[in-house]
Structures are given as structure tokens and as C-alpha cells.
Design a protein around this ligand. Structure first.
Ligand code: PGA
Length: 242
């Protein structure tokens, strides 16, 4: 696992965007897996700016959302697909080449199978960009998740629901289930970029870097992948570096 440390959130956002832009330049039909959360917002801003300035063309790119809340319809503004459409997909004109898990599907198991087939139909993921949960989750793969898991339905961890509560108005019920690409699905990407920012991520980053791979730290599965970069800002790196 390659580790790169940059000064701060701004630098992390620029570096992550530069990596995505480079891969899209190399291979215009790049298939991306995209994260939701606070961390990637700066990266999406950079990517949208690059598009507006004519520095890139996402015309042949395919994008897949990593995960979604169960029972939250795609049109609901709290859904992860709404988040991705707002921050990246719509501003760069990718709506027709964007697939996401339908959390409102009446048969979620069938929806998970459909998603795997949809990814395979695009030839698999080229670049999966991942955020990192404070408990080591990647996408909605909570500890412990088997490393060979495929797209599946999950019960969300308390720490995940707490971390995501700020997205919901007071009193709004925070979903307790999700649907997510599995760790096995993610590990099949040609390349994986994990972005982590801020001191709240420092303890889990230190565990990932120092521990042997274990299902109790889902992100540790990435250590077995040949082409992974962990991109950190100084604060996220403190627990391990100092
Ligand atoms: P965050 O979420 O970017 O909002 O910290 C990361 C995650 O839980 O995957």
C-alpha cells in the first residue's frame, strides 16, 4: 500500500482530483467507483472546476456509487445518489453514465445482483475512490466483513449512523441499513485510492498501517491489493507518523 501525505484538506482534494483526472486522460472510458461523505467534497469541487475550465472531458466515463442507504429513494435528497448527482454527476454531465444502488428496491438482494452485473458489463472498475470510516469501514462494509464479500445489504454500525447524523434534520430517522459494493467487488478494481482527512481518522489510519489484515478493520483488506494509495493529510497521519 503506497502512502502519500499532503499538508491539509485543500492539498488532499487537489491531489485526489489530479489522480482521477490523470486516469481519465489516460483512459477516457475509465470506470469509476465514487464515495459519499465529507472527505470527497473538495475533490469533487476540483473535478467540476477542471470540467468547467475545459481541462477534462468526462464524456466516456462511467461512474458507480459505492453504496446507498436502504429504504431511502434515489430522489430523496438524503440519498447517496442525490449527493453524488449534486456534487459531481450533474455538473459534469454524467447522469446517463451513472449507476447506483436503488435503496428503495423492494427486493434488495436482486438489486445487489443487478449492480454486480452492471459493473461487470462495463468491464469492471478501473479506479475506486474510497473514503474511510472511523471504524475502518470502506463503502458500507462495516467490521467484520469478509474480504470476498460481493454487493450486499448491511446493518449500519452505530458509529456510522452517528457520523452521518449531521446530514439529516433533527428528529429525522437515520437509516439503520444500507446496500454496498462488497470488499471483494472493490478489490477487483484495477486501482484503489483511499482519502482520509483530519484528526478523527488518525487512530484508524494508524491501525490500518500497522495491523495485519483483519476483517475487524475492513480497510485492512486493501493491503492485499497491488495498486492502492492511501492519501492522507497531516492530521490524519499523526497517529502513525509521530
Ligand atoms: P467522511 O465519511 O468522508 O464523511 O468522513 C467517510 C466514510 O464514512 O466512508
Amino acid at each position: 500500500m503506497k502512502i502519500e501525505i499532503v499538508a491539509d484538506y485543500e492539498a488532499l482534494s487537489k491531489r485526489a482530483a489530479a489522480i482521477v483526472l490523470d486516469r481519465v486522460t489516460q483512459r477516457p472510458e475509465t470506470v469509476l467507483a465514487l464515495p459519499t461523505g465529507n472527505t470527497p467534497i473538495g475533490m469533487y469541487k476540483q473535478l467540476v472546476q477542471a470540467y468547467w475550465e475545459g481541462r477534462t472531458d468526462f464524456g466516456q466515463v462511467w461512474a458507480f456509487a459505492l453504496d446507498e442507504y436502504a429504504e431511502v429513494p434515489a430522489e430523496d435528497r438524503h440519498s447517496f445518489s442525490s449527493f453524488l448527482r449534486h456534487h459531481f454527476i450533474d455538473p459534469v454531465g454524467l447522469a446517463a453514465r451513472f449507476d447506483h444502488l436503488r435503496g428503495e428496491a423492494s427486493d434488495l438482494e436482486a438489486e445487489c445482483k443487478r449492480y454486480e452485473l452492471s459493473i461487470a458489463a462495463r468491464g469492471g472498475l478501473d479506479l475506486a475512490v474510497l473514503g474511510l470510516g472511523v471504524n475502518g469501514h470502506i463503502a458500507f462494509n462495516e467490521p467484520p466483513t469478509p474480504f470476498d464479500s460481493r454487493t450486499h445489504v448491511v446493518d449500519l454500525a452505530g458509529s456510522t449512523r452517528e457520523a452521518n447524523a449531521s446530514y439529516f434534520p433533527d428528529g429525522f430517522p437515520i437509516p439503520n441499513r444500507g446496500v454496498t459494493m462488497g470488499i471483494g467487488t472493490i478489490l477487483e478494481a484495477q486501482e484503489i485510492l483511499v482519502i482520509a482527512s483530519g484528526s478523527s481518522k488518525a487512530p484508524i489510519v494508524a491501525r490500518i498501517v500497522t495491523a495485519e489484515p483483519t476483517v475487524d478493520i475492513p480497510a485492512s483488506a486493501l493491503k492485499g491489493h497491488p495498486h492502492v494509495m492511501l492519501l492522507l493529510d497531516e492530521e490524519a497521519a499523526t497517529g502513525w507518523k509521530d
